[in-house]
Design a protein around this ligand. Structure first.
Ligand SMILES: NC(=O)c1ccc[n+]([C@@H]2O[C@H](COP(=O)([O-])OP(=O)(O)OC[C@H]3O[C@@H](n4cnc5c(N)ncnc54)[C@H](OP(=O)(O)O)[C@@H]3O)[C@@H](O)[C@H]2O)c1
Length: 298
């Protein structure tokens, strides 16, 4: 692995499935990050097809114990956990600290921007990773990130250079982010049915997913994404032909009784659609049900 010197200081906030993967990639390249989490651990463990990677800890759980601000924060808590992670951001960020948000959704800058004094860099996380009950993480595919091609991207591109985590600075990041969001939105149907990817082999679910994606596409395009009609059929086709037991993190959260990322994955389509007077009849049913599944009452 390539080692880039001199290298700036990096912190990973939220060492779960995605946070552990990027921390391990950095550690393998000799750039071990500061690890900030909620659950105290001595180390992080990533299982990959080519062996296990152990990242030395500790996982810090108290922002008051930090040595001071860093140059780059990789924020990998769930969107539902950003507010609770604010004390970490306060302790880790000065005006030039870049906060790269490793989350699903297209509202990362809007959510995190008000919490930090410096630049916020959104990203698209393209790879699946799964946290196990013992805290170790199973990396399910080669890690890959996209970020917008803006000056703030330079530090994270340099950090990931030569690591197992590929990164691209994309000229049309908006389109990539919406493409991923459409995939996330339709996967939300699994959290409502309590079923895995095989459910998309039903013709009625296929029809519902296509109708949902048509309205998502209308909103995405109004927001500036350059996506063709064919993207809806591609997304449904991938779910339909994929492994029937393929899950999604919003289903895993539902099964575990955790808060759901319904607002950033599904609610956003309805919100932005309403703001632009675009009808969202499928969202009007799906979103309240996901919200209720996440938060109750009842
Ligand atoms: N996993 C995937 O395959 C995947 C793929 C693409 C995108 N994403 C997106 O990436 C984001 C992260 O997902 P994930 O799957 O990595 O979630 P995750 O495994 O649940 O990881 C979240 C981590 O944040 C920690 N955390 C929670 N609150 C915190 C706080 N206040 N301060 C510090 N750390 C805190 C959690 O600690 P505990 O250990 O105590 O819970 C956990 O380690 C989500 O937006 C998700 O949708 C995930």
């Amino acid at each position: 692995m390539v080692s880039a010197e001199p290298f700036q200081s990096v912190a990973v906030v939220g060492p779960g499935a995605i946070g552990t993967t990027v921390a391990a990639a950095l550690h393998e390249a000799g750039r071990t990050p500061l690890i900030c989490g909620r659950t105290a651990r001595d180390r992080l463990e990533l299982s990959t097809d080519d062996g296990d990677v152990v990242v030395p800890g500790p996982v810090r759980t108290d922002p008051a114990t930090l040595p001071g601000p860093v140059d780059l924060v990789l924020l990998a808590v769930k969107a539902t956990q950003v507010e609770a992670a604010t004390p970490w951001l306060t302790a880790l960020c000065h005006e030039e600290t870049v906060v790269c948000v490793l989350q699903n959704g297209v509202e990362q800058e809007a959510m995190v921007g008000p919490l930090v004094p410096g630049p916020v860099l959104p990203s698209v996380v393209w790879f699946p990773a799964q946290a196990r009950p013992d805290g170790s993480v199973w990396l399910r595919a080669a890690p890959r990130l996209s970020v917008p091609d803006v000056p703030a991207a330079a530090i994270v591109v340099r950090a990931m250079l030569g690591t197992r985590c590929a990164i691209e600075a994309a000229a049309d990041f908006r389109t990539l982010a919406w493409q991923k969001l459409l995939q996330n939105a339709v996967a939300g149907l699994m959290a409502l049915s309590g079923r895995r990817g095989g459910m998309f082999r039903r013709d009625d679910v296929d029809e519902l997913a296509r109708a949902y994606l048509r309205e998502c596409l209308a909103v995405a395009r109004a927001e500036g994404a350059d996506l063709p009609d064919a993207v809806a059929a591609e997304i449904v086709g991938r779910f339909r032909s994929g492994p029937p037991d393929m899950g999604t993190s919003i289903l895993a959260d539902r099964e575990a009784g955790r808060a759901l990322e319904w607002s950033v994955r599904n609610g956003v389509i309805r919100r932005l659609g309403r703001a632009r007077a675009i009808p969202t009849p499928v969202s009007d049913v799906v979103v309240p049900l996901l919200a209720a599944a996440s938060e109750g009452p009842g």
